[in-house]
Design a protein around this ligand. Structure first.
Ligand SMILES: [Zn+2]
Length: 124
């Protein structure tokens, strides 16, 4: 049977011996709250890379908006269309808009032209 995740070795706060997983040989068990916190930390590690992506996207969208002299909220709206959430990341400074971002912007323009009459600036 495969373990769900790699067991981590840590020091037992009760007997100060090395313990693996959530239960020590001495009978000590990691409180459930702590277990959840560890899981959350693990999760954050995973999402960190995509957080960097988001920061890059936001930076590029803002650069695009500035170049086109769009409203400040424009980049945020595009960002939201891309990620489904409002930006909560610090934008990463961009010198140019990548092809990927450019293609996405074009795609949203096409999508909007096809029926969605409400423009992003009106929605802002
Ligand atoms: Zn112990």
């Amino acid at each position: 049977m495969k373990e769900k995740k790699e067991p981590k070795v840590k020091q037992c706060p009760q007997c100060y011996q090395e313990m693996v997983g959530i239960r020590c040989k001495c009978g000590y068990e990691v409180p459930i709250r702590e277990q959840l916190e560890t899981d959350a930390q693990e999760l954050q590690k995973i999402t960190k890379a995509s957080k960097n992506d988001k920061a890059e996207w936001l930076g590029q969208l803002q650069l695009y908006a500035a170049q086109k002299r769009y409203q400040a909220g424009y980049a945020a709206h595009l960002y939201r269309q891309k990620f489904g959430v409002w930006p909560r990341v610090e934008p990463k400074r961009a010198d140019q808009v990548s092809e990927e971002v450019m293609n996405f912007i074009k795609y949203t323009f096409i999508k909007r032209a096809k029926g969605n009459a409400r423009t992003i600036s009106q929605a802002a």
